[in-house]
Design a protein around this ligand. Structure first.
Ligand SMILES: NC(=O)c1ccc[n+]([C@@H]2O[C@H](COP(=O)([O-])OP(=O)(O)OC[C@H]3O[C@@H](n4cnc5c(N)ncnc54)[C@H](O)[C@@H]3O)[C@@H](O)[C@H]2O)c1
Ligand SMILES: [Zn+2]
Length: 705
């Protein structure tokens, strides 16, 4: 909670300092150019923070030199005056004013109360969707015209996009004549798909989902279509609307209009993890702002703030609008998650499974309070697709704790001095050949390339949990040539260990005992220790529970593998192939006495194995959590205090449930300990049953060891 609060008290971005009228003219030109690119779906040379700083600087200079304001200045205008349109809006489509802290929001509500003569009756609080605004005109229930916001008074006709936007039906549930307003955006999945389609057609990838939506919406006659998503946040009459409906819409509160829009069949935020809600006080508004901010990183679409509106029509009318923004609404801006910085180098690192992954070395840049120097570049094909070069200005994205990623180069900032990125020709770690058949390159030496990483992972707490076999000791064993693979660990002798430096009799005996204990771990842990790509802790547990023995797992073909929940057509063949590759190691482990069965699980019947439609074992197994999907979050206390998160998840599954890390409609129970933030909030929103760690411990008492 404190992290979020800390972030939210961030003050307004400082202004760029403008010294003279020449600098002022240049700043105006730069801002208008950036805005034009931003709204047209091109790549702006400025990130949002830089743009906002520039406009603030322009505004400050204009305040001191009111007689020298240029007509082209972006201040006080919708879209900074950089966009035009020829289809007039019936009611202006405006921008929003911003606040950046709880104090500023409180001050805004106070000034609004002064303006309308009383406290605002009720607020609506919605996510500020990061796409672009459109007006969709329906005549007798049929979608006839789609218009962008433009300069606020007139927009551009983009009706050609009708039919490519999910959530914006071509026919409403009732034959009404209305205008629906809302945001067109690309979800993360739509953005990734869109860039794939676009680059396959020889186009440049879009820098981010917002730009992709803007560019796609305006593009006519493309050889391909890329789906987008619409969320409605406005509903108003048109000149032909019948008088009864005009009167009714005019009286409805914003929250009721949203219910009405949804009833017409329009997509709204109601179905998302951050539905619009109402609040009766500033405190409630701020609490909701916190909740939405905490959920931001997990959302499948981008948001850049929270929109707070006076909910009642009467309050809105009393407040009125300025030329740039309504006075009855405000945007509570969240810190930017994207910044532009320079790509200085690319490192190629070998992971524990032999994957060779490129990592961007960046000119340090601060994003949402953290200094970012590295970002993921996914794989070589991705670098080629994006046409990244050393020295490029790149857009870097970082949200929450997710690993920062490089999105795209800002190609028009190139000077000509940029250098191509060199791809390795041999494994940078061991010099072996590289298997480049898949998008993710891999050292042909596989797990043995970075044996220390593979072994340290296998010995880790959530895998085989070999106490005393930490990184340093693993290095020692590998350097001494005592282990060349994971199985060798289980045949280490007392003499071999005693021969190592700093290994006394006691630590040797302790390590041998820990290794012996590790032999008895459940199959799920053994499988996880192998580090097959795509099988983390929970997936390993699902596979182990489903097949019950290593022999059954190895006998499974891709189709049988897909019977395990969460394994699809893509993952299944690669898991089967990797297990086949690991056959000698698995045999060696079994020969060394490592357990290869999952306690409590029964293997699928042989006919099911062939057809691949066996039900999850956990469901037939019964137990107090049978059929339940459980999410554990926050600090565990009482009987669960000593358990790692992985151990609590194992407990969930022993008791018949399925453990999951994210809360969704499918979740049946959320165990929320102290400090459970966003997941608890989401559970409350979705009406999911909550339990304290103590209540949960009581529920599964029979299954606690
Ligand atoms: N990087 C650049 O070069 C560049 C250029 C221009 C603008 N910008 C960014 O854009 C911002 C200003 O943009 P703007 O004027 O388009 O938008 P705004 O921030 O003024 O907000 C208004 C817009 O919010 C959207 N919105 C999302 N959810 C909404 C909801 N629930 N209710 C109502 N509206 C909702 C609508 O599209 C609406 O038009 C700047 O602060 C800047 O960060 C960046
Ligand atoms: Zn290698």
């Amino acid at each position: 909670m404190s992290v979020v609060a800390g972030r939210m008290t961030r003050m307004t971005t400082p202004a760029a300092v403008i010294m003279d009228s020449a600098a002022y003219a240049q700043a105006v030109e730069d801002a208008v150019k950036a805005s034009a690119a931003y709204y047209a779906g091109g790549t702006s040379a400025l990130d949002d923070d830089a743009y906002d700083r520039l406009v603030r600087g322009i505004a400050a200079w204009e305040a001191d030199h009111p007689d020298q304001v240029l007509p082209g200045s972006p201040t006080g205008k919708v879209a900074g005056g950089a966009v035009e349109g020829d289809v007039p809006h019936t009611v202006a489509m405006l921008s929003l004013d911003n606040v950046f802290s709880p104090e500023e929001l409180t001050a805004w509500t106070a000034s609004l109360a002064r303006r309308i003569g009383h406290d605002v009756e009720r607020f609506s609080v919605e996510p500020k969707l990061d796409g672009l605004a459109v007006a969709a005109r329906y005549a007798d229930g049929r979608l006839g015209q789609l218009i962008t916001r433009g300069d606020g008074t007139a927009g551009e006709d983009v009706s050609h996009a009708i039919g490519t936007i999910e959530g914006l039906p071509e026919t409403l549930a009732e034959p009404v004549t209305v205008e629906v307003r809302g945001e067109v955006l690309m979800t993360t999945a739509q953005f990734e798909h869109g860039n794939e389609v676009r680059t396959a057609h020889g186009g440049q990838p879009f820098a981010n989902p917002r730009g992709a939506a803007a560019g796609t919406l305006r593009a006519k006659e493309r050889a391909y279509t890329v789906p987008m998503t619409f969320f409605g946040y406005g509903l108003l009459p048109l000149p032909d609307t019948d008088t009864a409906l005009v009167a009714r819409l005019g009286d409805l509160a914003h929250s009721d209009l949203m219910v009405q829009a949804a009833a017409y069949g329009v997509n709204t935020t109601a179905g998302t993890a951050v539905p619009g809600t109402t609040a009766d006080s500033v405190e409630q508004v701020l609490a909701r702002v916190q909740e939405i901010a905490a959920l931001r990183a997990e959302l499948p679409f981008g948001i850049d703030g929270i929109v707070v509106k006076a909910d009642l029509a009467a309050d809105q009318r009393a407040a009125g609008s300025g030329s740039r923004a309504p006075r009855w609404a405000i945007a509570y801006k969240l810190p930017a998650v994207e910044k532009i910085t320079r790509l200085l180098g690319v490192e190629w690192n070998v992971g524990r499974t032999g994957i060779i992954a490129p990592r961007a070395v960046l000119e340090p840049v601060e994003i949402d309070g953290a200094t970012i120097t590295y970002a993921t570049l996914h794989n070589p094909a991705d670098i080629t697709r994006r046409d990244l070069r050393l020295g490029d200005h790149v857009m870097v994205h970082r949200a929450g704790d997710v690993i920062p990623r490089v999105e795209a180069p800002v190609a028009h900032l190139r000077t000509g001095d940029e250098q191509p990125i060199a791809f390795p020709e041999a494994c940078p770690r061991c010099g072996s050949a590289i298997d480049t058949r898949e998008q993710r390159w891999r050292c042909e030496n596989g797990r043995n390339c970075h044996l220390v990483a593979a072994l340290s992972y296998a010995a880790g707490r959530d895998q085989l949990d070999v106490e005393g076999l930490g990184h340093t000791r693993v290095v020692q064993l590998v350097d001494a040539g005592l282990v060349t693979d994971l199985a060798d660990v289980f045949t280490l002798t007392r003499e071999q260990l005693m021969g190592l430096e700093r290994m006394g009799a006691t630590s040797t005996d302790n390590l041998l005992a820990a290794i012996a204990a590790a032999k008895g771990r459940p199959l799920s842990r053994v499988l996880c220790a192998l580090g097959v790509r795509g099988t983390g802790r929970s997936m390993s547990r699902r596979i182990a529970r489903h097949f019950a023995t290593m022999d059954h797992i190895r006998a499974a073909d891709a189709q049988a593998m897909q019977a395990v929940e969460g394994i699809g057509t893509e993952k299944a063949p690669s898991i089967v192939a990797e297990l086949a590759e690991l056959a000698p190691l698995i045999d060696k482990l079994a020969a060394a006495g490592v357990n290869m069965t999952e306690p409590g699980a029964t293997p699928p019947a042989s006919s099911d194995r062939a057809t691949g439609d066996h039900e999850e074992n956990s469901e037939d197994a019964g137990g107090p959590l049978a059929g339940m999907t459980v999410v554990v979050t926050g600090a565990m206390t009482g009987p669960l205090e000593e358990l790692s998160r992985n151990q609590v998840n194992e407990l969930v599954e022993r008791a018949g449930g399925r453990s999951s890390s994210s809360v969704s409609k499918k979740t049946t129970l959320v165990v929320a300990g102290d400090g459970a933030g966003s997941k608890r909030a989401k559970a409350e929103d979705l009406g999911i049953r909550l339990a304290t760690p103590d209540e949960f411990a009581a529920l599964v008492a029979d299954y606690l060891d």
